[in-house]
Design a protein around this ligand. Sequence first.
Ligand code: GDP
Length: 540
Amino acid sequence: MADIPSVPPYPPELMRDVAKRRTFGIISHPDAGKTTLTEKLLLFGGAIQLAGTVKARKSARHATSDWMEVEKQRGISVTSSVMQFEYQGHTINLLDTPGHQDFSEDTYRVLTAVDAAVMVIDAAKGVEAQTIKLLEVCRLRNTPIITFVNKMDREVRETFDLLQEIEEVLKIDCAPITWPIGMGKTFRGVYHLLEDRVLRFTAGEEKRSEGELIKGIANAQLDELFPLEVGKLREDVDLIQGASTPFSLGDFLAGKQTPVFFGSGINNFGVQEILQALIDWAPPPQPRVAGTSGADTRLVQPSEAPFTGFVFKIQANMDPKHRDRIAFFRICSGRYTSGMKVKHVRAGRDMKLANALTFMANERVLMEDGVAGDIIGIHNHGQLHIGDTLTEGENLGFKGIPYFSPELFSAARLRDPLKSKQLQKGLQELGEEGAIQVFEQEGGNMLLGAVGQLQFEVVAQRLKDEYKVDAIFESADIHTARWLTFPDELTRRNFEREQSMRIGKDVDGNPVYLASSRYNLEVTMEKWPKVGFHATREHG
Ligand code: GDP
């Protein structure tokens, strides 16, 4: 369950503050309406004054988020950001994920830092490819999912069909909470199945509005207002109440069932219900598994007093004139206070945390107070890597922040061979940042691995702008990479001797097998049954 355990006794103020946090991300296929929904959620939360801010950022490529030339040229959001706002006494952290599929690796990591997700489905299109992939990632941690079926103001698919498709393709039970009345030009509103009321749809709402409520499905007012649609509504509701599984908070929290809402983001319709569901049903910050200094793991509870957390994303400074970077850090327990001293576990060093940032829409402000579930931005010059844990107490290492085996490879070659130091430095830093994966082969060759082609272009551009290095990327004859683990030193040495040409090291020095083909990988795995070949690696 989502409750915060009360034993052993945790600091009561901390428990109270943690219980008010909700940290979530929005997953969707590009164009389903994620940006629009984000904007409306912020509007409800009072984080932005006018509709259009997020949109403007997306289209006009605003300075704060679009520091990167590539991003400007392409008109896509390469980096993800964090937005914090207040709603009904709760502090909500919305972690934005890049929608472009080339950056799915980044998106995956952002999803390790949330406690819930809102899935946006385009009602005309149904379940699309990117949604399937993202939901799989959520499933790795059984993240609870709230579903928003968007664009009901358009000619869309039949509601029962849509739900069936979600259940079949995404393998998650649907519990409709609202039910649409009509669609497109005859979209009249939604019936709330749990509250037995109809919320009337009016197009083009600028700001929040309670809308007009009609109580009771048998209400004669409905017959007057929607004579053509009310019959179908009553039939549908009879059917659902007989056939579909009722909402179960336990199943939702276990990631087995998703409450489904219908609406139209652009018309600000159905958005408030999503916020309400986040507050009423989505879990507060959850305990996290961490490795301890022994071989054991334990659950770190969000209300434990010592401050802990992990880095899930690193972003180059939004101001390209400065080389420092911002590590996005999810607090898992304790409280952030400016000037506190923490231990950087991987490096075995102490560091002072001051001037951490929090993110209000597209503004960055200094963080004053943060607890589990909050995201802080920490300035650093490359000391912090993705997956790093910072703690105030015992040595811990949070688990579950993955690197995925890249699908595309290329070798970096310099136009000017005298710049090899800069190239190495640039690639090392961009690799640590997670912009791309970098493997160093014997003889100092730098090999790049990416999930999407666009990552190479971003890296080439950044090498030029930030490191003054003009590099050419040539395709490399590599099919896939596998992280290696060895049962003992002797096996390692023998393997490394035989396979030296096919071994590389990632930015953290871990050995990787670079297979030339699927067949090559299979043969090598067969020959070395005791060596572990892993398609993902956890950071840290
Ligand atoms: P994203 O790519 O998922 O972030 O999608 P956007 O929020 O940018 O929306 C994609 C397109 O769908 C835009 O042209 C939006 O104006 C439009 N859109 C978003 N929500 C709705 C909606 O509720 N109804 C209609 N008709 N269009 C919408």
